[in-house]
Write a protein that binds this ligand. Structure first.
Ligand SMILES: NC(=O)c1ccc[n+]([C@@H]2O[C@H](COP(=O)([O-])OP(=O)(O)OC[C@H]3O[C@@H](n4cnc5c(N)ncnc54)[C@H](O)[C@@H]3O)[C@@H](O)[C@H]2O)c1
Length: 352
């Protein structure tokens, strides 16, 4: 039987990632494409003939007993309201990352999924990236010896998204570069380390590059283009730095949505006492062997991670087996983000 689904939020991630993925999966019906802005859902329907209806109120999809699962692809703050309503309506949920704007609400979402006996997955898509999967396997097999430290950089020259809009308004996004980009890096690190648990954290967040939004110099805009908006809010981190102790390894990181260094440096270094690896974010990794001093470039292909993530979600619904992206496996990441922001607020290390 076909899975009947509704997609709520027809913005960039819907258009660039999930609809192209869903179009490659057999045995599904997208009964509803929903967006507050009808035109956005309409554009999707015109592009994908398998979309049956366009709606602007997600509650119409939740009221339809034929709909088995919903994809929640809205801004972060709406993840909570829509996912909770969907779970209460008896639907399985695939919700984009981050879970929502803070840890407390994330825990409520996990509890509701448990109560309803429904699958609630989170779009930390890198867990379905082949490079990340291989690194996790290699670590489990002992290839690196003990990984004692992981360093990551998610720094860009000019990448503040939708300045003045939802992305830079803490109430709607939960934060800036840490919750938007850092979530991917830190989540995949915890995953590769084998589900590391946080012991203590220290962090500093900065909002410097667009103090005056009108004079911020754009290079390109990868989200909604707000370069001409007259007013708006920007109260989130555009630069973040921190240090984390876990039960497995220590982690240090620097992230920038924007900085006055014209470099885009997106990588993760896993430092083991037998070997190390540098993962180019979204790409491949190299292994540096400590005994032979060889640099090894493993040969593999990287299939589409969104397709793998969406297929795994649909498989979870079918089998009722929770997979690696189930909310229960992502709560530690959300807790980490919360405590990092809290440490920055009080300017002190926090013990968990
Ligand atoms: N996994 C990834 O790699 C990845 C990449 C980009 C974005 N994301 C996440 O996806 C989510 C969406 O990001 P985006 O870049 O697509 O944003 P976007 O602004 O392009 O799209 C969001 C859409 O949701 C719609 N919307 C808002 N509230 C709604 C509601 N109540 N009902 C129906 N529609 C509603 C908006 O009108 C908009 O069209 C965010 O949480 C973001 O963090 C994940």
């Amino acid at each position: 039987m076909n899975n009947v689904i509704a997609v709520i939020g027809c913005g960039r991630i819907a258009k660039d990632a999930h609809f192209p993925a869903l179009s490659q999966i057999e045995g599904i019906r997208v009964k509803y494409a929903c967006d507050l802005i009808e035109e956005k859902a309409q554009i999707i329907k015109e592009e994908y003939s398998f979309v049956e209806n366009v709606i602007t109120d997600y509650k119409a999809a939740l009221a339809d007993s034929e709909v088995e699962a919903v994809f929640v692809l809205t801004p972060n703050h709406a993840h909570y309201e829509i996912s909770m309503a969907a779970l209460k309506a008896g639907k399985h949920v695939m919700c984009e990352k981050p879970i929502t704007v803070n840890y407390k609400l994330s825990c409520e979402m996990a509890k509701e999924a448990e109560k309803q006996g429904k699958i609630l997955n989170i779009g930390v898509c890198n867990r379905y990236n082949k490079s990340v999967e291989l690194l996790e396997e290699l670590n489990r097999q002992g290839r690196f010896g003990d990984i004692y430290h992981v360093y990551c950089s998610f720094r860009s020259f000019r990448s503040i998204p939708g300045l003045g809009g939802a992305f830079t308004t803490k109430r709607e996004s939960g934060g800036g570069v840490l919750i938007d980009w850092g979530v991917h890096f830190l989540d995949l690190i915890l995953y590769v380390l084998g589900g590391a648990k946080i012991k203590n954290v220290t962090c500093d967040a900065y909002c410097e590059m667009a103090r005056d939004m009108k004079s911020y110099k754009y290079e390109e805009m990868w989200a909604e283009d707000t370069s001409n908006i007259e007013s708006g809010t920007n109260d989130v981190d555009d630069f973040i730095t921190g240090y984390i102790r876990t039960d497995k390894a220590t982690i240090s990181f620097n992230g920038a949505w924007a900085q006055n260094i014209n470099k885009n440096e997106m990588f993760i270094d896993f430092l083991g006492n037998n070997a190390g690896a540098r993962l180019t974010y979204g790409g491949k990794f190299e292994i540096y062997d400590g005994k032979t001093l060889e640099t090894i470039e493993p040969e593999y292909d990287i299939p589409n991670m969104y397709l793998r993530e969406d297929k795994a979600f649909l498989e979870s619904i079918k089998t009722n087996v929770k997979n690696r992206n189930n909310i229960e496996n992502i709560l530690e990441t959300m807790k980490l983000l919360d405590f990092l922001y809290a440490s920055s607020d009080i300017k002190k290390e926090i013990e968990l």
